[in-house]
Design a protein around this ligand. Sequence first.
Ligand code: IMP
Length: 199
Amino acid sequence: MKIKKIIFATGNEGKMKEIRMILADTKIQVLSLKEAGVQADVEENGSTFEENAVIKARKFMELTKEAVLADDSGLEVDAMNKEPGIYSARYMGYDTSYKIKNQSIIDRLEGKTGDERSARFVCVIALALPDGTVITTRGTMEGQIGYEERGENGFGYDPIFYLPEYRCYSGELAPEEKNKISHRGKALRLMKEELKKYI
Ligand code: IMP
């Protein structure tokens, strides 16, 4: 089958912008949920990033009968058993500020140095097609939990995510710089390669 139109199941404007930029040269029209006129609460009850992304993509594909992309992402801290992982948004409660969440992670790593502070951002993108086909791609960005918050850019855990290779925090990267190396940018570019098979 050919894909001319795709719905990206997110309410996040930043993510919409990013995917539109990445798919700009494919001629595939990318619609937000709002533009597609659909809305639904999806329970993310999977136990992996892959499962949660697929649950979301399938649900909206079934509702719209169109090709749908969905993502799931989070932060894995090795010294915390890969927590908060798929619970990143829910860690310490949805309504708890990231100032508090970030400080809690710094506190939990007290006494650890260098590689003992290793962490990564993970992003999985799922594509669900009306014929039942499901494809997932995964991107990661490796780094370490810093000792303090730094930077005004990004969101969530970006201010405590140190990138040794770039000698700066994720929260200090300009959006275009972050897209080039981020988990989401990588997963989206891998998905673009998959989508090319359907153009
Ligand atoms: P979701 O996939 O949009 O639900 O994101 C899950 C959660 O993971 C976010 O709410 C953040 O806490 C965290 N997260 C995912 N990607 C990033 C990132 O690029 N920077 C900072 N936090 C992130």
